[in-house]
Design a protein around this ligand. Structure first.
Ligand SMILES: NC(=O)c1ccc[n+]([C@@H]2O[C@H](COP(=O)([O-])OP(=O)(O)OC[C@H]3O[C@@H](n4cnc5c(N)ncnc54)[C@H](OP(=O)(O)O)[C@@H]3O)[C@@H](O)[C@H]2O)c1
Length: 345
């Protein structure tokens, strides 16, 4: 773990940069570790000591040149992403050393950020890691996709892909709370088992099943009314064959297709069933965070909404944990802790 000095300042900023654009599945040598003196904050800025770094599928999409994430993915660029940091020095009104914030500072240990770009953390609402998972933008993503597009009704069947993951685990639980029958799709059999036993899904099918279509059809005997799509790929092929009239598909992500060639889908079932397909971006919905977070905090307190963070320690392990996430070897929200949490004040 990186040390936060006695004076509260880190002397060195370590960054994981792109050594090159990954071809196919990322490898450790696609990334390079860089060290430089930590910069002081300028006017309106805060200097941070990072505590948690988030690893996310969209970082693979960024590396493939997809989406619109601001900084370009070029060799030497700091890998983008969300993080939790502690303010160590501030030249911004309203921020003081010791404040915890969520920041878009990527994979680095001692970044500087504009105070207008960070979000203050209220630790009374939930523990720090939850602010990068269920109380943060991954939870908001699930809520936006499920409530605006999926709109599950009592008794309907909802399928969620990457169901054991950060977004999928919340999306499925929201559908369950709406009274729907919820079927997950995940990889390893133990993940599928946890989706049912811990998250309360009605069933979960492994996408490793050689006859995924038949397994899904057995789990969804009445067809699929709502599909919350986190993956694309062959999972979506199998789900789309089962959709019923007026089905809704919330197109959240395409992790099976990031960094791979485009996947050809058969859209005939969508036309025949007059289905709605809508992609969406959490970034256009960040202004709704407070509304979602209040609801989520309430549901967490009541025990209806469960969350899990898959945390490893050590800044050196960020690329390794990112690769584990993409390979399906993490469960819940994947995070890397790079410094001890400050004591709550
Ligand atoms: N629209 C938005 O604004 C927005 C915001 C955040 C995230 N997203 C998207 O939401 C999706 C989920 O993100 P997340 O952060 O919650 O990640 P996650 O689900 O925690 O992790 C990704 C999981 O996808 C599964 N997966 C990987 N390759 C797969 C494949 N070829 N086929 C089937 N499953 C595969 C793996 O789990 P298994 O073990 O189950 O295979 C992996 O652990 C991603 O596509 C992401 O880009 C969209």
């Amino acid at each position: 773990m990186s040390a936060i000095g006695a004076a509260g300042a880190t002397a060195t900023n370590r960054r994981w940069t792109l050594a090159r654009i990954p071809a196919g599945a990322p490898r450790d040598d696609d990334f390079a570790l860089d060290e430089a003196p930590a910069a002081p904050p300028g006017d309106g800025e805060v200097a941070l000591a990072t505590v948690y770094v988030s690893v996310d599928p969209y970082q693979r999409n960024w590396m493939a040149g997809g989406g619109n994430y601001g900084a370009a993915a070029v060799p030497g660029a700091t890998v983008i992403g969300r993080a939790i940091g502690v303010v160590v020095a501030s030249r911004a009104p309203g921020y003081a050393p010791g404040d915890c914030v969520v920041a878009n500072t990527g994979w680095q240990t001692a970044p500087v950020a504009a105070a207008t770009s960070v979000e203050r953390i209220d630790r009374a609402l939930g523990p720090l890691p939850a602010w990068l998972s269920v109380l943060g933008s991954t939870g908001l993503t699930a809520w936006v996709g499920m409530t605006d597009i999926g709109r599950p009704q009592t008794g309907e069947t909802v399928v969620v892909s990457a169901a054991a993951g950060a977004v999928g685990s919340v999306a499925g639980q929201l559908a369950r709370m709406a009274g729907a029958r919820v079927v997950g799709v995940a990889g390893a059999p133990d993940k599928c088992a946890r989706v049912v036993s811990e998250l309360g899904f009605d069933a979960c099918v492994s996408h490793r099943d050689p006859d995924l279509g038949a397994a899904l059809a057995r789990a969804c005997p009445e067809g699929v009314d709502v599909y919350f799509d986190n993956t694309g790929g062959r999972v979506s092929d199998a789900v789309m064959r089962l959709i019923v009239r007026d089905a809704r598909i919330a197109l959240c992500g395409l992790v099976a297709e990031y960094g791979a060639g485009a996947h050809g889908h058969d859209f005939r079932p969508l036309l025949a069933n007059q289905a709605l397909v809508r992609g969406f971006s959490v970034r256009r919905n960040l202004h709704r965070m407070a509304e979602y977070r209040a609801l989520a905090a309430d549901r967490i307190r009541s025990g209806d909404l469960r969350h899990h963070e898959d945390i490893v320690d050590g800044f050196e392990r960020v690329p390794e944990h990112f690769r584990a996430l993409l390979d399906g070897r993490t469960i819940g929200k994947a995070l890397v802790r790079i410094a001890a949490e400050p004591a709550p004040r």
